[in-house]
Write a protein that binds this ligand. Sequence first.
Ligand SMILES: *[C@@H]1O[C@H](CO)[C@@H](O)[C@H](O)[C@H]1NC(C)=O
Ligand SMILES: *[C@@H]1O[C@H](CO)[C@@H](O)[C@H](O)[C@H]1NC(C)=O
Ligand SMILES: *[C@@H]1O[C@H](CO)[C@@H](O)[C@H](O)[C@H]1NC(C)=O
Length: 396
Amino acid sequence: MYFSWSRKPKYSTTFRLYFLHNLNIFFSNLAMSMVSFAMSHFSSTLSFNFPTHHTNFSRYTKSFTITTSASLDYSTDKSTVSLKTSNWQWKFKDNSIKIYYEEHGNESDGPRKNILMIPAISDISSVEEWRLVAKDIIQRSGNANWRATIVDWPGLGYSERPKIDYNADVMESFLVDFILDQNTPVSSLGIAEDLVIIGGGHGATLAIRAAKKGLIKPTAIVAVAPTWSGPLPIHFGRDSKTESRYKLLRDTLRSPVVGWMMYKLTVSNKEFMRHQYKSHIYADYANVTSAIIDSRHELTKMKGARYAPASFLTGLFDPVKTREEFLELFEGLEDKLPVLVVSTSSAKKKSKAEMEALREARGVSKFVEVPGALLPQEEYSYLVARELYSFLQNII
Ligand SMILES: *[C@@H]1O[C@H](CO)[C@@H](O)[C@H](O)[C@H]1NC(C)=O
Ligand SMILES: *[C@@H]1O[C@H](CO)[C@@H](O)[C@H](O)[C@H]1NC(C)=O
Ligand SMILES: *[C@@H]1O[C@H](CO)[C@@H](O)[C@H](O)[C@H]1NC(C)=O
């Protein structure tokens, strides 16, 4: 809006102005006119108070009171597929992080066909995005022992969100541990069971990366609207200058008072979220309902909610750094396991180009396109379920 990314900050001598410069970039490019009022408000109060560390927070948040209304109620679902929700403690370094997961399908003896669904990584990531697809697939499967587990990433969704240094390697370790640990529903140790991983966005690419490294050995992988570049890197690229700005922004977002305010005014702001959904997450404006925004907004209010999103925005979850590396991940799975890529017809140009690059790529056994943008599994669940079911039928 007021500054362009490439322009040198005029007053870069003080941290304060440098910070504000980055703040403006953050707003103007990630978001837009809708929060410009919030921005000017925030900037002016910040420029006045930030250096003194005497911010009286209640004074500045009055106009941004968080209101919540309806949240989606899934308990009234009449389907016959049972749903079990549970937690698993993930031991990571000195932390024990409570991980939320859901199991869809009937209990049954005999070898199981396990499907692990992992949400796209983002500030609005949650098991909810896969729920309808899971139900649909299980219902279609009739008497087969299919079971779908959907798990929330540490730091996102309904999992705990401690202040750890979130990055792609941490998420990869999590995924590998969840699959190998004997106390999880998808445990694949020692038993001849199928495990198909279905992931969205960065989640899909991280699963492909872990499989290519040989850390996990799934029967097949489905990558739905796969991505590998976070919101800021996809717009501004990566070089030493941008990386240091991303780091500054990330550190600021993680900081106690200012970071929390900034998060509330941007990522955890309904207008901002609505804009995100309309501009690149969903394909159809009419699908961006208040119910969906409210339910996602609830997620951003959880304790520690901003730490993982701070990493996501600034590219720390990016599994690779170039398209060549992205293609190499898939090539590494050629002749090892079937890989289905589900692209979308309305993804934004840059995201779409990465998906299109997989169309003829080695290691991709099947490539299909469905309506949608970055969350087709949520926006067009029945169409995604149909594609997944037809692929799964032939492999498990
Ligand atoms: C902060 O501002 C609010 C509203 O102006 C006021 O009620 C409150 O007493 C102030 N708190 C402190 C610690 O100054
Ligand atoms: C699951 O169990 C319910 C009853 O408990 C039954 O009606 C339903 O058909 C079963 N579904 C599958 C996929 O076996
Ligand atoms: C989104 O809109 C399409 C029609 O364009 C509709 O078929 C679909 O069910 C909608 N999805 C959601 C989640 O409302």
